[in-house]
Each structure stands twice: as structure tokens, then as C-alpha cells.
Design a protein around this ligand. Sequence first.
Ligand SMILES: CC(C)(COP(=O)(O)OP(=O)(O)OC[C@H]1O[C@@H](n2cnc3c(N)ncnc32)[C@H](O)[C@@H]1OP(=O)(O)O)[C@@H](O)C(=O)NCCC(=O)NCCS
Length: 204
Amino acid sequence: MPKPMTSWSTGGHHHRRERNDRGTNPGRTALREHRIRRPGHGAAVNIEPLSVLRIGEIIDLMGTGAPFITPRTWSDYWVYATLFSRTCPLAVIDGQIAGAVIAFRSQDEPDDIYIQEIVTHPAHRRRGVTRALIDAVADHGAGQGVRRLYLTSKPENHAAHAAWTRIGFTNIPGDRRVDGTSVVSDYKGPGRARAVYERTLRSP
Ligand SMILES: CC(C)(COP(=O)(O)OP(=O)(O)OC[C@H]1O[C@@H](n2cnc3c(N)ncnc32)[C@H](O)[C@@H]1OP(=O)(O)O)[C@@H](O)C(=O)NCCC(=O)NCCS
């Protein structure tokens, strides 16, 4: 079982962090404890890197992100687990995956991490799982010298827009607005408009 990147428990009122960096590679061994408001949900939550043993569960979890997320193939997740596990953290509650991020540091623009997918299982939404996963990617990225996280979502994904803005992302100005969200037409190719969000990282 891979070493947890982060652990926290739900149930407290304010966020609390304890960092315990070990070794010479900042971000790889950060251990952090969160207390997330949502009284009554006291289960411990661990953040761990995506691993090959979890691929089946990840495919199932991604299926719960419909209509905005479509699961990729086993082979795709094998690549993510084998080459990009530190930017693909999982949130695990009672041994089960409650949420996951698939993200990559750009080779073309090494200052950037692009968050390709993020899903919280419906049974665990609105409890801070996505916030904790993004914080884990941000901590790791900042430790590696990354300056920016960015991501896109479909203009009609109102839950995503609410989550990104609450978590501290800025909706980048586009060429039109949809329901109050700024959108870039054709961002992902003809007819593939996206709302684009970014969050600046600071060095630890
Ligand atoms: C969008 C999604 C990932 C959010 O995950 P989550 O774990 O519920 O988010 P969190 O609990 O960490 O919430 C983070 C913040 O966003 C807010 N938020 C989350 N969902 C929200 C919603 N539906 N409406 C309003 N605010 C919302 C939370 O209140 C929280 O703010 P706060 O801490 O200031 O109260 C989740 O709804 C999901 O998996 N959706 C389906 C897949 C998807 O659309 N993925 C994104 C594709 S780009």
C-alpha cells in the first residue's frame, strides 16, 4: 500500500494543518492533517498517490462524475499511476476511494500543473474532499517549484464553478459569459468551449 501523502479527519470546525516534511524532496512526504467542518462526519481521510492496485476503483469512481466526467481506460490510469502518481492523489475514507484528482505537470510549461479531472463520490460531496485534494496537489507543486494550477470545466457545470471559485481559483476572462461564468469559445477545439480557472502557487 503506498505511503499516504496527507491525512486528516472530518468533524472539526476550522481547517488545521500540520506539516511534517521528511527527506530532501519537498512535497513528496508532506503529511498534513485537516479538520473540515461538517459535524457528524468524523471519518479519517487519507490522501495517497494513485496506484495500480486502485485502478478498478478509480474507473468506478470516475463513472460517478457523469455527465461531466467519462472514465478512461485501464491503460490510461496505469500511465497516471506509474508516471504521474504524485499529481494524481486519491482521498480514501475507511479504505474506499471518496475522491480523486488526475493532474499533470506540463512539460511544455513546467511552471504549470494542469488538473485534467477531479471527482468526489456523490456520498462524500460538500465535505471538503475536493478542497483537500487540490491542496495536496498545490502543496506538492509548490514544493517542486510549480507556480500555477489551472483547469477547465464545461460552462454548464455550476457545481464545478462554485467549487473552483470557493477554493481560490480565478475564472479567467474569456470572450463571452454563460450564466455568470466567463467562457473561452473553442478552447479545446471547434465547438468545445470551456470555462478556464487558475490558482497561483507560492513557494513553501
Ligand atoms: C465539483 C466537485 C468535484 C466538488 O467536489 P466536493 O468534494 O463536493 O467539493 P468540496 O466539498 O471540497 O467543496 C469545496 C467548496 O466548493 C463548494 N461547493 C462544492 N460543491 C458545490 C455546489 N454544488 N454548490 C455550491 N458550492 C459548492 C463547497 O461549499 C466548498 O466551499 P466552502 O469550503 O467555502 O464551503 C463534485 O461536485 C463532483 O465530483 N462533481 C461531478 C464531477 C465534476 O463535475 N467534476 C469537475 C469536472 S471539471
